[in-house]
Design a protein around this ligand. Structure first.
Ligand code: MTE
Length: 319
């Protein structure tokens, strides 16, 4: 994001899945996960799904409350064009990310809560109401995608955590493991990757914890075993591979805000009229497409989330 900005439209031709394959994949999804896993998934993803104890939870029931935007980005693109700086500051980290150990995986919930909790991912997911949602995703770098996440509303996790009334924010952090994450040996970054939400954002029904993608457990490069999805905010808010969730009365300072406070802030809501200091946010490039399309206020989710910011007009809501 900061060091080298490779654009979505610079994708090599070999990564672009033909439309016929993409359509076939969508048809397979509608028909059920067994067909999907059996015929169309890349073999590596299939092996991961087979070995994963949570594979049985997918595909989850589709919730279309927030619409089902189209065209769906191909699975191949969404899982091979990634930002995961722990594995390198370029988009092609998916192979390197296979080194991420996702079992056992423990999540620590603490800070301003009734009682701190440590829970394994497999135990947590079994308690959560799983569903699938197709959302737009907009990176601050101006590429975008439309993908089917599976997981649970973050508010279910907040309820499980039982925060105290004094908790105003939630801070989430990614695993710290420099021995397997080469990026974490680059000392100028403020590791671990951290970001957060205000409590009313975290308990808004649109805030989502993704544990699956394309009807299967989420791949490592996309943030296995669990990551944040806030479709109305820029992608950098959406912390991958979460190991800690802390409730606090102080606004968390995120990874990017620590690194470049003049360019990245806390709220990071998508707004085509508020440019990044170095480039415009008016349009975006959908992965796999040649055309630029207009970016939407709150990435198209204004009718549901604009109200969250009514009393916050004096804040820098769009950086
Ligand atoms: N989470 C961690 N831990 N490390 C990262 O580098 N990158 C962020 C976000 N979450 C990042 C992260 C950015 S800048 C984006 S755009 C999205 O992840 C990319 O998500 P994707 O790779 O699933 O498309």
């Amino acid at each position: 994001m900061l060091i080298k900005r490779t654009r979505g439209w610079e994708l090599p031709e070999r990564l672009v899945t033909p439309e016929s394959v993409a359509l076939g994949r969508r048809a397979a999804m509608a028909g059920g996960g067994a067909i999907l896993a059996g015929t169309l998934a890349p073999s590596a993803a299939r092996a991961q799904a087979d070995a994963d104890p949570t594979a049985k939870f997918y595909p989850a029931r589709r919730n279309d409350t927030y619409g089902v935007p189209t065209p769906m980005t191909t699975e191949k693109l969404a899982t091979t064009y990634n930002n995961f700086y722990e594995f390198g500051s370029h988009k092609n980290i998916w192979r390197e990310a296979q080194k991420l150990p996702i079992r056992p995986w423990t999540i620590k919930i603490g800070g301003l809560v009734e009682k701190p909790i440590e829970i394994s991912f497999d135990e947590l997911i079994a308690k959560m109401p799983l569903e699938e949602r197709v959302h737009r995703f907009r990176c601050v770098e101006t590429w975008s995608m439309i993908v089917p996440w599976s997981g649970f509303p973050m508010k279910a996790l907040v309820e499980f955590a039982k925060p105290l009334g004094s908790a105003k924010f939630v801070e989430m952090k990614t695993l710290s493991r420099p021995s397997i994450m080469p990026g974490q040996r680059e000392f100028w970054y403020p590791w671990p990757y951290t970001d957060g939400l205000a409590i009313d954002e975290a308990t808004h029904d649109l805030a989502f914890i993704a544990t699956g993608l394309y009807g299967k457990p989420i791949p490592r490069q996309n943030g296995a075993p669990l990551r944040l999805v806030t479709p109305w905010k820029y992608g950098f808010k959406q912390v991958k591979s979460i190991v800690s969730i802390d409730f606090t009365d102080k606004r968390p300072v995120s990874f990017w805000e620590k690194l470049l406070p003049t360019e990245y802030g806390f709220w990071a809501n998508v707004n085509p009229q508020v440019g990044h200091p170095r480039w415009s946010q008016a349009t975006e490039k959908l992965l796999g497409s040649d055309a630029r399309i207009p970016t939407l206020l709150y990435n198209g989710y204004a009718e549901w989330v604009a109200g969250l910011y009514e009393g916050r007009k004096s804040e820098k809501l769009f950086m």
